[in-house]
Write a protein that binds this ligand. Structure first.
Ligand code: SME
Length: 137
């Protein structure tokens, strides 16, 4: 029998906690780089299923963070040209990269149905979450 949780179970638990405890976190998921390919693959998530399980580097908010290595806070998704819509209810998005040994290996992606909800506090908090995630990968 198995008592240890797998990495994906742990990542899913993190998504569940974030979605449950922060009212304006409505879709919470992880994307990870697909090996050496310049594309992201959807990992564990909570919220509505999305068609965007593979995202090329550079495409959408997620793809841009894969290239920039920087947080991307989008207060109003309708004002973004390079944006991949997953649900019409989404008003805002935040993406924070996960670094392992200084390398951008993936990201946490959060959608909100509330307009302009994300603050510097969310960025600092999610940077902390991503640093903790990096330790279990
Ligand atoms: N909106 C993202 C795509 C992923 S969904 O939010 C789950 C983007 O523009 O990259």
């Amino acid at each position: 029998f198995q008592t240890e949780k797998t990495i994906n179970e742990r990542l899913l638990n993190i998504c569940e906690l974030l979605e449950k405890h922060v009212a304006y976190y409505n879709w919470v998921g992880f994307y990870f780089r697909n090996g050496l390919k310049e594309e992201l693959l959807l990992g564990p998530y909570v919220g509505e299923p999305t068609d965007h399980t593979v995202i090329p580097f550079g495409k959408g908010i997620c793809g841009q963070v894969a290239v920039s290595n920087k947080n991307f806070v989008v207060p109003d998704v309708s004002a973004q040209d390079n944006y991949i819509a997953c649900s019409i209810t989404v008003k805002a998005e935040i993406v924070v990269p996960v670094f392992v040994n200084g390398e951008n290996i993936g990201q946490i992606d959060i959608d909100s149905n509330t307009p302009d909800p994300f603050t510097k506090e969310d960025e600092r908090f999610l940077e902390f979450v991503c640093a903790e995630v990096a330790k279990i990968l």
